[in-house]
Every structure is written in C-alpha cells, then in structure tokens.
Ligand binder design. Structure first.
Ligand code: S3P
Length: 182
C-alpha cells in the first residue's frame, strides 16, 4: 500500500441485481453525499436508454461511454460522493485501477439464483436477454468474480441482509478505512 490517504468517495461495484442502486440511495440519504448513478448518467448524456445504446453502438459503444465517464469522475478530483457503477465496469483493467483510486470500493455480491430472481422482471439489461439467463449469469459471474475481488476494499454477501443492514455495514467499515474522517 502507498501511504496515500484513501480518497473520500464510496464506490459500489458488483453484478447486476446485487443492490448497488438501492444501497447507494440509502447511503445518500444517510450521509447527504451526492449519488452518482453511472448507468443513469450515461443514459442521460446519450439521450437514450441502455438497451438503445447497446442496439445502436453495441456493447463496445456502451463500454466506451462507461470508461470515459469513470475517467471524468477520477480526474475531476471531487470527493464525498457515492458512486454506483454498472456491473461490467470492472472488465476493463484501467477502470479497475481507477475505481480503487476513486475511493473506498465495496463489492456487493449474491449467488446466481438470487441475481436471476432480482433481474427477471427487468427489461433494461440487454446482456441478460437470452434463452437461458441463469446459465448466462453463472458464466458471467465466474468470469467477473476475480475482477470484483481484485478491485474491492470490502466484500459483502448480500443474500441474507436488508439494504439498510448493508448500508450500515458499509458505513462502519468505511469510517475505519477513512481514518474516522467521515
Ligand atoms: C451491465 C450492467 C448494467 C448496465 C449494463 C451492463 C453488465 O448495470 O451497466 O446493462 O455488464 O453487468 P447494473 O449492474 O446496474 O444492472
């Protein structure tokens, strides 16, 4: 570890359906820090929803927008923000390094079946539009687990916890890691 103090942002990573946006909103309410929902901001800037971005520009176009936004969040130097990322942000190695430089990174995890149950009614996740979503989730989870693990400062298994409990756990750990500066 370098002696650099940890930048004071909370960064939520993890697979689709693991509660990043919900937990992000609760942290926002408790701390009063602005919530940056990366997917929402990408959609706002593109003037279209994520499925439309995938349809028009492919996954590559979406990833480019995602990496550009993350680079901006790092270089603007701002702190005291909650950043909720999209599940695939960790695929790009440069993004992984950026996420850790941005602040305290929390990985919210859940087993494949829980992810399926939580995402089955949503139509806004093009990567899960497939005949066999459970298999798809299992494959993607297996590929991404090591990436989430390498990026996170803290890992939380979310299956048996409420969103409030998760937020409380995050705050306790983050306070410690920020050296009581929160
Ligand atoms: C993606 C996750 C989505 C969104 C896009 C791609 C992924 O975000 O960024 O559909 O590759 O896992 P959520 O994790 O918020 O669903």
């Amino acid at each position: 570890m370098s002696g650099e103090p940890l930048r004071e942002n909370l960064v939520l990573i993890g697979f689709m359906g693991c509660g990043k946006s919900t937990v992000g909103r609760i942290l926002h309410q408790i701390l009063g820090w602005p919530l940056v929902d990366m997917d929402g901001l990408i959609e706002q800037r593109a003037g279209m929803g994520i499925p439309a971005i995938f349809a028009a520009e492919g996954e590559a176009g979406f990833r480019r927008r995602e990496s550009e936004l993350l680079a901006e969040l790092e270089t603007d130097g701002m702190a005291k923000r909650i950043i909720a990322t999209g599940g695939g942000v960790v695929i790009n190695p440069e993004n992984r390094a950026r996420l850790r430089r941005l602040g305290y990174v929390i990985w919210l995890r859940a087993p494949a079946k829980t992810v399926l149950a939580r995402t089955s009614r949503s139509h806004d996740r093009p990567l899960l539009h497939t005949e066999k979503p459970l298999e798809r989730i299992q494959t993607m989870l297996a590929e991404r687990m090591p990436l989430y693990e390498e990026t996170a400062h803290l890992e939380i298994e979310t299956s048996d916890l409420s969103a409030d409990e998760i937020a409380t756990g995050i705050l306790e750990s983050a306070r410690y890691d920020f050296g009581g500066r929160m």
